[in-house]
Design a protein around this ligand. Structure first.
Ligand SMILES: [Zn+2]
Length: 225
């Protein structure tokens, strides 16, 4: 677990220090080092103020740049191989986290929250909507990435379709099954994937999947065409 920053008033710094907090002179903040018990220091954990929260945005996932990710999948319809697409987001990507108050009534009606960065690379799936800018980019690569209804999910999302027969290729098998088009389990499987870096904003309503080993270094990375 990474360290946790604290908000310690100057007058309480000696007490915090005696309970295990340490001072980071470069960031000018007290923090809980790894391995130190959080409980005695919990009174100084930063509290999110209502005033700091924003209203829910149009798109709940954003990144300063991204990669169009191309891979290959078997088609269940015609048994041929087809190109399939998704997106890879850099560590800087952020997800909008709706605020949940302990008061349940508030949580039910709240449209407030804050942007959170988890600091890991993510693979995008179950895309309900994409910004016009990102839509334009993906259309440079394929016209087979389009809205379709998924019985598995019970809703519509932007789905790959076979380039040979037009069959729907749902996200579940490609993203959630080990060895699927977007779930490499070895360097060899990652090598069939190409990432094209797009130096534009990414905005979407989607899920962002995390893998502890995503074999990123074996994927072929290209700059924007
Ligand atoms: Zn097919």
């Amino acid at each position: 677990m990474a360290r946790i920053d604290l908000k310690v008033p100057f007058s309480e710094k000696d007490e915090a220090k005696s309970l295990g907090a340490r001072w980071d002179p470069s960031l000018k903040t007290w923090y809980i080092p790894e391995g130190v018990d959080i409980a005695p220091l919990a009174q100084w954990l930063p509290v999110t103020e209502h005033a700091d929260l924003e209203h829910g945005p149009e798109f709940c996932v954003r990144a300063p740049y991204y990669y169009v990710m191309e891979s290959v999948s078997d088609c269940w319809g015609c048994s041929n191989l087809t190109r399939v697409f998704s997106f890879k987001l850099p560590e800087q990507h952020e997800e909008f986290d709706y605020y949940e108050d302990e008061d349940e009534d508030f949580a039910l009606t709240s449209n407030l929250g804050e942007w959170k960065c988890h600091g890991y690379r993510g693979t995008v799936s179950n895309i309900a909507s994409l910004s016009p800018l990102v839509t334009k980019q993906i259309h440079h690569f394929t016209n087979k990435f389009k809205q379709a209804y998924s019985k598995t999910v019970g809703s519509r999302y932007l789905m790959n379709h076979c380039e040979n027969c037009g069959a729907k290729l749902g996200d579940f098998f490609m993203h959630s099954e080990p060895g699927g088009a977007f779930f490499p389990t070895s360097p060899q499987e990652a090598q069939r994937m190409t990432l094209i870096r797009i130096n534009e904003r990414f905005d979407a309503n989607c899920s962002v999947g995390f893998a502890s080993e995503d074999f990123f270094d074996w994927m072929q990375v290209r700059e924007e065409p």
